[in-house]
Design a protein around this ligand. Sequence first.
Ligand code: NAD
Ligand code: WQD
Length: 338
Amino acid sequence: MKILTTGGAGFIGSHTCVELLNAGHEVVVVDNFVNSQKEAVHRVEELTGKTVQLYEADVCDPDAMEQIFSEHTFDAVIHFAGLKAVGESVAQPMRYYRNNLDSALTLCETMARHGCKRIVFSSSATVYGVPDEVPLREDMFCKGCTNPYGWTKYMIEKILMGICDADPEWSVVLLRYFNPIGAHESGRIGENPNGIPNNLMPFITKVAAGQLDHLNIFGNDYNTPDGTGVRDYIHVVDLARGHVNACEYAQQHSGCEIINLGTGVGYSVLDIVHAFEKVNGIKVPYVIAPRRPGDIAECYSDPRKAEQLLGWKAEKNLDDMCRDSWRWQKNNPNGYQA
Ligand code: NAD
Ligand code: WQD
């Protein structure tokens, strides 16, 4: 298939491009590099020995999107492009709603004009809001999100469901990711956050590298086995492979499916710290800090639907995630900057 990846230079997009190319698909990337570097795409080419056509453009720009679609006939689109920092979305809601909603609408309008009706969308477990019970299943009612970022994912899901209802020729796969961590085994591509990381694993790797002094563990009084927050961490390469299966599924089915991409296993913050220390032989100094506002105690998936519909399940374990995250950090102390 010929697949357009929006945001294909980002963390999950770059890993997905590698897996798509390795599976024999052709890949075109559009990215405005608001949160990524061109070097990531060059490294995708280096890892696969294949060429990626890259457009530097904003997905919100209808003329730029029209140009791309007039130059290619795509079998499917994977829509990764979006702003993703939860705290920033609380401080800058208009920027998040404008970028995330506008890009999704502009993309879908351009696709419809060109008769391209297959889309795989990067949604998030954040749309489940504060869960009544875990594991989370796709048919559970989403009671509402706790921040503007989450609402953009919720709203884009609804937009894509509406498009499918109106035109049954569309095929939409809404992938709800849990907590992607890890990096490609080569250590050549990985997560490259701007400034001080918000998420746990990039923070741990910066502490391990001596770039940050210690980890703050946000609360040890949750109702969990060791009191720290429990999440469903998934290796980014497993996640990327799920997209290959989702594109192939979308080629054979129409309609809209919501699918969790997680492992189904919950690990606590302390589990992650201890596994990281053990597998890499490095100490991660930490202190127990107050709970982070908006955090929940436990969040993990029921991953069975992905296995049933996509024939996909996560294969890598927590040691792989910790080892690969550290290899990326160690080999690229300044990310993609030389
Ligand atoms: P990322 O920031 O590394 O990648 C997003 C990419 O989109 C970046 O390369 C950025 O430059 C690009 N982009 C943003 N707005 C754009 C626009 N208007 N036009 C063109 N390019 C644009 O993030 P990621 O971790 O790879 O996440 C990919 C997607 O998955 C995002 O939609 C994110 O919300 C979603 N997601 C991520 C996580 C996670 O924990 N990483 C979890 C659930 C869902
Ligand atoms: C994980 C655990 C923290 C940092 C976020 C988004 C979610 C999705 C994935 C996009 C929690 C604890 C963290 C630190 C800590 N993204 N922690 N010290 O909050 O589960 O999910 O990323 O869709 O929408 O909300 O991930 O990595 O920030 O936190 O103790 O310095 O680590 O409290 O228990 P989270 P996270």
